[in-house]
Design a protein around this ligand. Structure first.
Ligand SMILES: Cc1cc2nc3c(=O)[nH]c(=O)nc-3n(C[C@H](O)[C@H](O)[C@H](O)COP(=O)(O)O)c2cc1C
Length: 327
């Protein structure tokens, strides 16, 4: 695998953690990095919420010395607000400024943000130009979908955005190879990723969609020629995907984590979450994440149900002791 670069930043290993609302917070990024993720991004924020101090902003934007290189992602449609938000992200120490024009959530699209912008190519290029001017010293990346509706086989808006964005100085595209209207269903169109890389052979393209395992991450890079693969749902509950991808790349088998390893990572993640969110929200977050982790346990259904039933810190620890025995 060739090392991934985003602008002047050398990321290295090309399988990265995708931005994931409800998941890619500082604790999860820390766990993924421990297991080999070379780069990670915050979940998406709304541009104007970045401009004022709030509890939400604190949780989402918190980073630390070990959490680098890291991308800060936001969305919006007003070039002024987007440029101001980019400065905030830069000033908070994020290494990459990441603009989201891909989010398919109904409330977001109906407010003309996120994926809605795939219907507004000129406006997107204008935003990219303004953000580029506002933060000339940070790598700048865009998250795009292949089109707004599935029926748009030509993806005309995508090509106008991609060409325009590179012209005004964007450094990389992360392309989710589904239409906005598909949300997260249907197969991602990897042929589209091949076409994007063919059209921009000298630019950094990160592929997203159906990176369900380490093997699929490497296959995406191999078959489509993209420079990197973003692990999203494939990394939920399975942060080992990054270690496995490195192992496969080195010609070794991608072994699943042992129960002892799962216990160690769960405990570490639990402690990080308590520190990040405080006791109550920390336990509730780990209840939710435990449900994800259950899928790599030898008895996924049983462990999933046990995490679903958690109401207190004591319940959570009991699930760990029962289903993830020490050494
Ligand atoms: C729960 C969830 C939250 C997501 N949040 C974000 C987000 O905040 N920003 C973003 O750019 N993409 C987000 N995505 C999209 C993913 O980064 C990725 O592009 C998408 O899931 C396709 O990859 P996959 O098929 O391998 O899961 C999210 C996806 C999921 C499932």
């Amino acid at each position: 695998m060739k090392p991934l670069k985003i602008g002047n930043l050398t990321v290295g290993f090309p399988v990265v953690l995708a931005p994931l609302a409800g998941y890619s917070d500082l604790p999860y990024r820390t766990i993924c990095r421990l297991l080999g993720a070379p780069f990670a991004t915050t979940e998406v924020m709304i541009d104007r919420f970045l401009l004022h101090e709030s509890k939400l902003r604190r949780f989402i934007l918190k980073t630390d010395d070990g959490d680098h290189p890291v991308g800060g992602q936001f969305m919006g449609s007003d070039p002024d607000l987007m440029a101001q938000a980019a400065r905030v992200v830069r000033d908070l120490g994020f290494d990459v400024v990441d603009l989201n024009f891909a989010c398919p959530v109904k409330k977001v699209v109906s407010r003309k943000r996120g994926g809605f912008m795939m219907t507004q190519p000129e406006a997107v290029v204008d935003i990219v130009r303004r953000v580029r001017d506002a933060v000339p010293d940070r790598p700048l990346m865009l998250k795009l979908r292949r089109s707004f509706v599935l029926e748009d086989g030509e993806s005309e808006a995508f090509w106008r955005i991609a060409e325009g964005a590179f012209e005004v100085g964007a450094d990389a595209l992360c392309v989710h190879a589904r239409a906005v209207a598909q949300q997260y269903t249907g197969r991602a169109d990897w042929n589209f990723l091949s076409a994007v890389k063919r059209a921009f052979p000298d630019k950094t393209i990160i592929g997203s969609g159906d990176v369900s395992s380490a093997a699929e991450a490497l296959r995406m890079i191999d078959e489509t020629g993209v420079d990197g693969a973003a692990a999203a749902r494939g990394a939920i509950g399975n942060p080992w995907i990054f270690r496995q991808a490195r192992e496969l790349d080195a010609g070794r088998p991608a072994l699943p984590p042992t129960l002892a390893e799962q216990r160690e990572v769960l405990l570490r993640h639990y402690n990080l979450c308590l520190r990040h969110y405080g006791d109550w929200k920390g336990v509730m977050t780990m209840r939710h994440l435990g449900i994800g982790y259950a899928r790599v346990h030898p008895h996924p259904k049983r462990v999933r149900m046990a995490f679903v039933a958690v109401r207190t810190a004591g319940d959570w620890q009991a699930v760990l002791e029962t289903h993830y025995p020490a050494g």
